[in-house]
Design a protein. Structure first.
Length: 569
């Protein structure tokens, strides 16, 4: 009767937890009781309860946790792509492709009406909108990376909470099961521990080892032990990167080694990949695109002239050392050997003189000076001081190097204005002289304030101040003009390739995430067939134990009647 009663309780326990997440079906172990030998006869002593065990496949549980880590890893990466697509808003009216088209289309208007300053002002406005959109995209990606850092911190807290919970459950399970032959009597606590292990597997890849004698589970993340016997190792967040950087990347470290936790799957690894490879990778490509846009546009633009020339102009970019060669002066854009022309126009006589300024750059290695022992500018190539000296020698102009190592050019007379042409060295673009775009990446790209202050300076001409629109025609054709520096692609093709590559990777990652989730669901279904509660099966068990109890009660009644008859005799 006692065995049947326990069986009824276990069946009832299963039925009551049919909807409980993480519950493992229990089964009562029935054993033949030790027989006794009255008068030399061996007589059975009935049945006894050997224990209550969980219906669980431990190897399947380990596979489930591994697949759960993989599913969360790929889902987290897929989510990063989804967020990135939201920031880009491609295929909408506010996407970068549309802004590029609007900007280059605005230059077409200058071709149609070159004397109309409002159209030149419109180019500056469209350029500013384009630059701001790139800035916003860069900032949006940065904010998402910062948010990932916060999620990494949250993951570290959850890991500590779960390992602390598992360690506490280990102690309780060992205390209850100590000395028990089946070692699985703490079924409720084991359910809680399985749930905690599953939650931990969502965060990081784990391996578990259970001591068959004590029931204690050791937990490892890769090569890093988190729980070993009675010892638990905490994790913490530390930040890596240059302190001057906009983003310090958060990583989870484990004590006492202080190494980065060996996470290769799970949500934490997905966060790393999302922040560094997906978001960070696209941010680098966007920076390169902005850098190429600035470089390619300015290289054409600086060789052009506006409706009016300059009487005072200071380079936007400063060099690190005015005496060093300009290809070794820490400029964002590196000039090459070549030359550029300085056009000096006398407004009274309408006469223009052209002077070519040679840019000769050599490297230290070419001068057999690999360690920079020879610091002579003339031995290494044209420096900013050399450039100022060459321009200062042109009649009507004065050139000096400012205190902050910029080049300043001024007219010596109100009748003199100057402009630039035929730059084959990239020097003007590198120094930021007569440029349209400023900056060097997606964060810093902008439009030269001169364009907004004086739209007549927009360099549409190629053969003199206000002479024609040949340079504007080259600028307008940039979307269809391939460049060797862009792997023989146009600037718009370059961005489309970046976006298309991202979309392709996003689709692949989404497919992997779907496959991992399907595999996990299949394993979960397999687990439920073993460990899940089947209402029909448990009801049948309940009836079986009920009938056994009734039969045992009938047996007791018969024995009782026999004893009464014996006593009454």
């Amino acid at each position: 009767m006692n065995a049947a009663s326990v069986g009824i309780q276990v069946a009832g326990q299963n039925l009551s937890n049919v909807n409980t997440d993480g519950y493992i079906r229990e089964r009562v172990l029935l054993e033949t009781a030790t027989p006794y030998k009255p008068n030399g006869l061996t007589i059975g002593n009935g049945v006894q309860v050997g224990g209550v065990v969980q219906m669980i496949d431990r190897f399947l549980e380990e596979r489930l946790r591994t697949s759960l880590s993989d599913a969360n890893n790929s889902a987290t990466q897929s989510n990063a792509y989804s967020q990135l697509e939201t920031v880009l808003q491609e295929l909408s009216t506010n996407d970068l492709s549309t802004s590029l088209s609007d900007f280059f289309n605005s230059i077409d208007n200058v071709l149609n009406q070159p004397e109309n300053l409002s159209f030149r002002q419109m180019v500056a406005g469209q350029g500013t909108s384009l630059a701001k959109q790139i800035n916003d995209m860069s900032q949006g990606i940065l904010q998402m990376q910062i948010d990932v850092n916060r999620q990494v911190g949250d993951a570290a807290k959850q890991i500590n909470e779960l390992t602390s919970q598992i360690q506490g459950l280990n102690v309780e399970i060992a205390r209850i099961e100590a000395g028990q032959p089946n070692g699985t009597q703490a079924v409720g606590l084991r359910d809680q521990r399985l749930v905690a292990l599953s939650n931990l597997a969502q965060l990081v890849n784990i391996r578990t080892y259970e001591d068959g004698k004590t029931g204690i589970v050791s937990v490892f993340c890769g090569s890093d032990p988190l729980i070993v016997e009675g010892t638990r190792r905490e994790v913490y967040v530390d930040y890596e990167g240059d302190t001057d950087s906009d983003l310090l990347t958060a990583f989870v470290h484990v004590k006492p080694s202080n190494n980065v936790l060996d996470a290769t799957s799970g949500q934490l690894y997905g966060l790393y990949q999302g922040r560094d490879e997906i978001l960070g990778g696209f941010a680098k490509q966007l920076d390169q695109f902005a850098h190429d846009l600035i470089d390619q546009f300015n290289r054409l633009y600086t060789s052009g002239q506006g409706l009016t020339g300059y009487d005072d102009l200071t380079s936007i970019n400063a060099v690190s050392d005015a005496s060093r060669p300009l290809n070794d002066a820490k400029l964002d854009y590196t000039p090459v050997n070549g030359a550029f022309s300085v056009l000096v126009k006398n407004k009274s006589t309408d006469k223009t003189t052209t002077t070519d300024v040679l840019v000769s750059l050599t490297t230290r290695q070419q001068n057999n000076d690999p360690f920079g022992i020879n610091n002579s500018a003339s031995a290494k190539g044209t420096s900013l001081n050399d450039l100022a000296e060459a321009i200062n020698a042109i009649d009507g102009l004065k050139a000096v190097v400012t205190n902050d190592n910029r080049l300043q050019i001024t007219s010596e007379s109100d009748d003199i204005e100057f402009s630039f042409a035929n730059d084959t060295s990239g020097m003007l673009a590198a120094l930021g002289i007569n440029v349209f775009f400023t900056g060097s990446d997606a964060k810093t790209i902008g439009v030269n304030s001169l364009m907004s202050d004086d739209p007549s300076k927009f360099a549409a001409s190629q053969n003199g101040i206000g002479a024609d629109t040949a340079n504007a025609l080259k600028l307008a054709n940039m979307p269809e003009t391939s460049a060797e520096e862009l792997n023989n692609q146009s600037i718009t093709q370059s961005y489309r390739n970046i976006y298309d590559s991202m979309i392709q990777k996003a689709g692949t990652t989404k497919s992997i995430a779907t496959g991992n989730q399907t595999y996990y669901s299949a394993l979960e279904a397999q687990k439920q067939s073993i460990s899940g509660v089947n209402i029909d099966e448990e009801t049948l068990q309940l009836i079986t134990f009920q009938r056994a109890y009734q039969a045992s009660a009938k047996y007791v009644t018969v024995i009782n009647a026999m004893l009464e008859s014996l006593i009454n005799m």
